[in-house]
Design a protein around this ligand. Structure first.
Ligand SMILES: Nc1ncnc2c1ncn2[C@@H]1O[C@H](COP(=O)(O)OP(=O)(O)OP(=O)(O)O)[C@@H](O)[C@H]1O
Length: 305
């Protein structure tokens, strides 16, 4: 196996699996990151679309494939479709095919739809994380770019390159979301590591400016207390404050507890809207409606008795 050296595949490129012989046709590039390029593809002769990742480094991609294969067995998770090698001008290039997730990354979704969606989206994300934790893994590199949200708030994690077994060192992380960056704990992959990252993501979504300012200090003076203080300062955090403080301090016993507490402390946007619709209706109008129902009932009673 060699590493991918080309500049990317243009639309129409056919990627043929060396061993399994599946043929995928590139529609467009979906994105590129530190580990590889991801293409939107469809299988030759079939409409079904997939995301296909070609790695820059064969070993890194293989470890991602190993995790996805293990998850597929343990979680009956159909995210990984297949893995194979493909031959291009640079030699054999490894790739894997996964479910295509349509949606927006978390920060773009919240930016478009409103911060009140954080409750529901956070709940769905915590459900995904607790399934992963129950299978013995931590996600590691949890950040808004790796959380895709569909138009109805359904959540999918992408980029499993940072996943590691519970108890092992975190393989891949991104500064803001990393517990070590805030001098708030080790980089050992435990469930609290993911919950810490989750809390920082929430802080970013609700007050990115304050998070940026807090991160500007000297590395040795940065601390979890800075995050706790900024949660305390901004009233937007009120519904989530108790949860965030507990996650930042690593005090959740497990992700089920975190999930249940989140569920208890939030109200989804639809519930919020329904409630505000009810509150928007003036009391006189509700009373008038009740009175007219009463008069109608009396009329029917006297007419038909
Ligand atoms: N299953 C998928 N469905 C839709 N889009 C995807 C999928 N997987 C990846 N992408 C897109 O491709 C981009 C790069 O993918 P990915 O994050 O896996 O690459 P990476 O090299 O590991 O990135 P990073 O540098 O963040 O670690 C993502 O940001 C996303 O936009």
């Amino acid at each position: 196996m060699t590493t991918l050296s080309n500049a990317g595949y243009p639309p129409g490129t056919v990627i043929t699996g060396k061993w399994r012989k599946s043929r995928y046709i590139v529609e467009r590039t979906l994105g590129k990151g530190a580990n590889g390029r991801v293409y939107l593809v469809h299988r030759a002769g079939v409409r079904q679309r997939y995301a296909l990742k070609v790695g820059y480094d064969a070993l890194d991609l293989q470890s991602e494939i190993n995790v996805l294969s293990a998850l597929k067995e343990q979680m009956h998770n159909a995210y990984l479709v297949e893995a194979d090698d493909h031959q291009d001008s640079s030699g054999d290039v490894p790739f894997y095919v996964m479910r295509y997730i349509e949606g927006d990354p978390l920060h773009r979704f919240i930016g478009r739809r409103g911060k009140e969606w954080l409750g529901l989206v956070g709940l769905n994300l915590l459900e995904k994380l607790s399934l992963l934790h129950a299978s013995g893994y931590v996600f590691g590199d949890l950040k808004p770019d790796n959380v895709m949200v569909s138009p109805y708030g359904k959540v999918e994690l992408i980029d499993y390159g940072g996943v590691s077994s519970i108890g092992r060192s975190v393989k891949q992380f991104t500064e803001w979301y990393d517990r070590g960056y805030w001098n708030a704990g080790s980089r050992t992959g435990d469930i609290s590591y993911d919950l810490f990252s989750f809390a920082v993501m929430c802080i970013q979504v609700l007050d990115e400016k304050a998070l940026r300012e807090a991160s500007r200090q000297l590395p040795q003076t940065r601390s979890m207390t800075d995050l706790v203080m900024l949660v305390r300062r901004n009233p937007a955090f009120k519904p989530y404050a108790a949860w965030l403080n507990k996650a930042l301090a690593g005090e959740f016993a497990d992700s089920r507890e975190a999930l249940n507490q989140w569920r208890g402390s939030i109200r989804g946007p639809s519930a919020g809207r329904a409630r505000s619709r009810q509150q928007d209706t003036p009391r006189w109008l509700r009373n008038a409606f009740a009175l007219s129902l009463f008069i109608l009932a009396c009329t029917i009673f006297f007419l038909f008795r």
